[in-house]
Design a protein around this ligand. Structure first.
Ligand code: PGA
Length: 249
């Protein structure tokens, strides 16, 4: 039996006031479910609100969407892994496609961020995914595995075994065009194969989430697909009732 992870990436939506209202509505729609985990990735400034309102809920975890890789210092505007951990985050997204493509985050930087997270006791969720041209050229697997290897380069195998991964094809993010369950399964199998080389049989237990235009209509089929251990959801996680319905999928 898998224990799926339903992750809400709010991106740059829902500050503390909206987050409080959202969480009250969500918690009313979503009683505790012990067969799955719900992960919230709000903007960092709303983390405390989500953490506070879910303190009694061991089925709900909170995290941040980004960190800087140095532990402390003169890096105006950045948040370190130890600061995020101290503020209540347990997970951090690393290498999200918007970080890579809008902010120019490189493979090497994702490796530094995953290592910084692990040092601070934060679980990195490394996001990987190909662009449309790469898929059309048959390069999906090589791109995804290159991103994967770079992201885990600075970690010990035991740390890699404790990570989360998300396969998010760039062409599927925010476009309304999701990968089919079969397409997702195929890429997840390749990711798991690469993880097996590093962590052996423990790879079977490493959660690999699918993300990219997940919604109420397609979430259940994606979560049930072989090798898919949950979903990472952007747009469809912004409405409390809709997100509760997805998390119950
Ligand atoms: P989307 O975003 O669900 O809006 O496609 C997913 C993500 O970027 O994590």
């Amino acid at each position: 039996m898998k224990r799926p992870v339903f992750a809400a990436n709010w991106k740059m939506h829902h500050g503390p006031t909206d987050a409080r209202e959202f969480m009250r509505a969500f918690l009313a729609h979503y009683p505790r479910q012990d067969d799955r985990t719900v992960l919230f990735l709000p903007p960092a400034l709303a983390l405390h609100v989500v953490g506070e309102l879910t303190r009694e809920r061991s089925d709900i975890v909170v995290g941040v969407q980004n960190i800087y890789w140095e532990d402390k210092g003169a890096f105006t505007g950045e948040i370190s892994a130890p600061i995020a951990r101290d503020a209540g985050a347990r997970v951090v997204l690393v290498g999200h496609s918007e970080r890579r493509h809008i902010f120019g985050e490189t493979d090497e930087q994702t490796g530094l961020k995953c290592a910084a997270a692990a040092r601070a006791g934060l679980t990195p969720m490394l996001c990987v995914g190909e662009q449309l041209e790469e898929r059309e050229q048959g390069d999906t697997e090589s791109v995804v595995l290159r991103q994967l290897r770079a992201g885990i380069a600075g970690l010990q195998p035991a740390q890699v075994a404790g990570m989360l991964f998300a396969y998010e094809p760039v062409w599927a993010i925010g476009t309304g065009r999701n990968a089919t369950p079969a397409d997702a399964s195929a890429v997840h199998a390749a990711i798991r194969g690469a993880l097996r080389v590093v962590v052996g049989d423990k790879a079977a237990k490493v959660p690999i989430l699918y993300g990219g235009s997940v919604n109420r209509g397609n979430a259940a089929a994606l979560v049930r697909a072989p090798e898919v251990d949950g979903v990472l959801v952007g747009g469809a996680s912004l409405d409390a009732g809709g997100w509760a319905a997805i998390a119950r999928a």
